[in-house]
Design a protein around this ligand. Structure first.
Ligand code: NAX
Length: 304
């Protein structure tokens, strides 16, 4: 059996984590042979709720789950961690301007980046889910210069999954018949879901769907799917976000299928004319716990 993997999750008493932690404990993230320790981080006001989550995790009697640690201090929570899912963030409050939200989150992610820099295992992989995810990931990465920038990412998998599922529904096929979707950019309504490289049953997707649907319905539907879920459900995406976080980490550590890619926001090295240093979503292959940019895709004027 593999040596134990320490996994930290912040925002562990929140709604995404409630759909996430039990699946991690069941081995769905790192496989059924990987024993784990869960280090759960919350703010002091949420520690009581977190105790309840921990009781339920214990009551799951998960064979792979060796222990559960509850922390309100990032430095202690990130000690020797190998995988980190930064789900917790400051939500936008009433009357809060975007700049106030950015500032509040910058404080959180500066502190967490520094704590990772000082205490995480050198091979740590960090996924930022909490919004604004790309910015928070960039701040975290910049505050952790000891660690490789390649080991920081922001979650675009939910957008990737949404795009894949929308295309499959339109084409009347199952999602496994769809391949090669790309989400470029930011986890926000400015993202660009690109079907120019996508296939349905091995044939170009844009020959299967009409271009008016692609431009006028598909792109805005993917960009605004989060708001549509809130309108229907009364609260933001939780189980689908948890599923995407799990898949993001699983793909990163265990790999994409040969010839397939996924979308991950990673630190740009300038490829595709993306500003270096930005955390920006691109298509990647994953093998052996590392990602490689899918390069050489031709981006037409519309995509640019
Ligand atoms: P919840 O409000 O249910 O939970 C967030 C939890 O984070 C709370 O329990 C809170 O106490 C905790 N928290 C706040 N500050 C913290 C800190 N400094 N350290 C540790 N914990 C802290 O939100 P939830 O629905 O779980 O969403 C979590 C985050 O994911 C939000 O920022 C949300 O906007 C973001 N999302 C990102 C997505 C993506 O694709 N990247 C999609 C889903 C989701 O909207």
């Amino acid at each position: 059996m593999a040596s134990v993997c320490r996994i930290a999750v912040s925002g562990a008493a929140g709604q995404i984590s409630y759909s996430l932690l039990f699946r991690i404990a069941a081995g769905e993230m790192l496989g059924s042979q990987q024993p784990i320790i869960l280090s759960l981080l919350e703010i002091p006001q949420a520690m009581q709720a977190l105790e309840g989550v921990a009781m339920e995790l214990q009551d799951g009697a998960f064979p792979l789950l060796q222990s559960i640690e509850l922390e309100s201090d990032a430095k202690r929570a990130f000690r020797d961690v190998n995988s980190v899912l930064l789900v917790g963030a400051q939500p936008r409050g009433a009357g809060m301007e975007r700049r106030d939200l950015l500032a509040a989150n910058a404080r959180i992610f500066v502190e967490q980046g520094r704590a990772l820099n000082e205490h995480a295992a050198e091979d740590v992989r960090v996924l930022v889910v909490g919004n604004p995810a790309n910015t928070n990931a960039m701040i975290t990465q910049r505050c952790a210069p000891r660690l490789s920038p390649r080991n920081f990412s922001a979650m675009m998998r939910l957008d990737h999954n949404r795009a894949t599922a929308q295309l499959a529904a339109k084409a009347g096929v199952g999602v496994s018949a769809v391949d090669g979707v790309v989400i470029w950019g930011n986890h926000s309504t400015t993202q660009y879901p690109d079907l120019h490289h996508a296939t349905v049953d091995g044939h170009p997707a844009l020959e299967r769907v009409d271009s008016a649907w692609y431009h006028e319905q598909f792109i805005p539907a993917v960009q605004h799917r989060g708001a549509a879920v809130i309108e229907a459900r009364g609260s933001s995406s939780a189980a689908s976000a948890a599923n995407a976080a799990l898949q993001h980490m699983r793909t990163w550590m265990l790999g994409t299928a040969p010839e397939q890619w996924t979308s991950m926001a990673v630190v740009s090295d300038g490829a595709y004319d993306i500003e270096p240093g930005l955390v920006y979503s691109v298509p990647v292959h994953c093998t052996d716990g590392d990602w490689q940019l899918v390069d050489g895709l031709v981006c037409n004027d519309f995509s640019r």
